[in-house]
Design a protein around this ligand. Structure first.
Ligand code: PSU
Ligand code: MN
Length: 399
């Protein structure tokens, strides 16, 4: 792939050959990172204060680039000499190096071999399903991913470290320990305190961007809560989807949400909602919501191709791939909707709000449905992991 690089000020003198107006077209391997770009130019990281990718400051050196990206590199002192620049501290490299990230053996091996990796979200395990069913489901999702030739990377925060890929024992910790729920806003404080937490879709997407992962499997994304006009409760999953370059495979948004308004916000944020073999937005436990997705795709390959093209557009972020729950496990929408209304009413009475609301509602629904919602949730999670793996495999073939 070809990217256009513009070097500013003193950086031009460090480039391998004199450049016209400081611009150079670089041919890099597909999804090469900023770090690889610097290596290709022979520029030490310390010489770069800011990197702009398509006009936006990018602090993460591991971020994969895309064909046609315009990268501007700015040294710490505009117009300063090369030798002076070298003594300055680089904001770019410091940021990257201080991120406490740990990749599992399996993920590292896959990355070295160029094999696809699928990220799996952990809040759905820690807060969406009861112990010990959640551990079983977590392991089953990982196996689904492996069965399709990809490596699973369940993402969580353990003892102050961002973990990408967990051992069975660590997965058990996530499933069993009462863990905090970490969205983007929570990560810094938890990391600084050396704490542990499960990551929501938003939190998981943050970690994925740090390691360059582009496919995530989950149950349902967060969205606009019913009554949001009063409460302002809109999940941080939505703004994160707006800029993280990833395909989020889910069974639509949770039925406890206001699906219509969730779709409106996704449209505003420029997030395509692809329906997997459906025109109708799946509604988590139910196969249909009565609302239309923005595009229907028939295969994982088609979803992957659409994602690639989306990411070639400047400033683009994530895509939702909505997969209906397998027929045999689907729950009837009418019966559910009554249970949900009652659960929401109960939450209001008990003044349950904010991050605690989703887990509360899911527990209430499990009670009303006699555990059938838990089995439905497990089935759709396995299905989503399987489709996500197929998308990751297709993406790796298309590059
Ligand atoms: N879907 C489920 N159970 C869950 C969630 C989704 O069936 O627990 C979680 C996901 O992690 C999602 C989060 O990212 O809820 C959204 O929470 P909030 O609305 O607080 O942002
Ligand atoms: Mn919320």
């Amino acid at each position: 792939m070809v990217v256009v690089v513009k070097l500013h000020a003193g950086l031009r003198r460090l480039a391998p050959q004199p450049l016209e107006r400081g611009e150079v077209q670089l041919d890099l391997p597909d999804s090469a990172t900023l770090q690889q770009l610097l290596q290709a130019l022979g520029l030490p990281e310390e010489q770069v204060l800011v990197a702009l990718v398509n006009g936006r400051a990018e602090r993460d050196l591991a971020m994969p680039l895309h064909p046609g990206d315009r990268v501007a590199l700015i040294p710490p002192v505009a117009g300063g000499s090369a030798s002076r620049l070298g003594t300055q501290h680089s904001a770019l490299s410091t940021q990257h190096r201080t991120l406490p990230l740990l990749l599992s053996e399996e993920v590292q091996r896959a990355q070295r071999a160029g094999l696809p990796v699928v990220a799996l979200e952990s809040t759905v395990l820690a807060h969406g399903l009861p112990w010990p069913r959640n551990l079983e489901v977590g392991l089953a999702m990982e196996d689904e991913v492996r069965r399709h030739g990809a490596a699973p990377a369940t993402i969580a925060l353990l003892d102050g470290q961002l973990r990408v890929g967990l051992s069975a024992g660590e997965l058990e910790r996530v499933a069993r320990e009462p863990l905090a729920k970490a969205s983007r806003r929570d990560l810094a404080a938890l990391l600084a305190a050396g704490a542990s937490a499960a990551t929501t879709v938003a939190g998981t997407l943050v970690v994925m961007q740090a390691v360059g992962l582009s496919v995530l499997a989950t149950g349902g994304i967060g969205g606009v809560h019913r009554g949001a006009a009063e409460s302002f409760d809109v999940s941080a999953d939505l703004p994160e989807l707006a800029h993280a370059r990833a395909v989020v495979v889910c069974a639509g948004a949770k039925m406890i949400l206001d699906l219509e308004r969730t779709l409106e916000v996704l449209e505003t944020l420029g997030v395509p909602v692809l329906g997997f073999q459906t025109d109708d937005l799946p509604a988590f436990y139910a196969r249909q919501s009565g609302l239309r997705v923005s595009t229907r795709v028939e295969t994982a390959e088609q979803a992957a191709r659409t994602a690639r093209v989306h990411w070639s557009l400047p400033g683009s972020g994530g895509l939702v791939l909505a997969v209906p729950i397998p027929e045999a496990w689907a729950l009837p929408r009418e019966a559910l909707s009554e249970a949900i209304d009652r659960a929401i009413e109960e939450a209001r009475r008990q003044q349950v709000r904010g991050a605690a609301l989703t887990p509360f509602l899911l527990r209430a629904i499990a009670q009303v449905t006699g555990g059938r919602s838990v089995e439905a949730n497990a089935a759709l999670l396995r299905r989503n992991a399987s489709v996500a793996a197929q998308v990751a495999v297709a993406l790796s073939k298309q590059c």
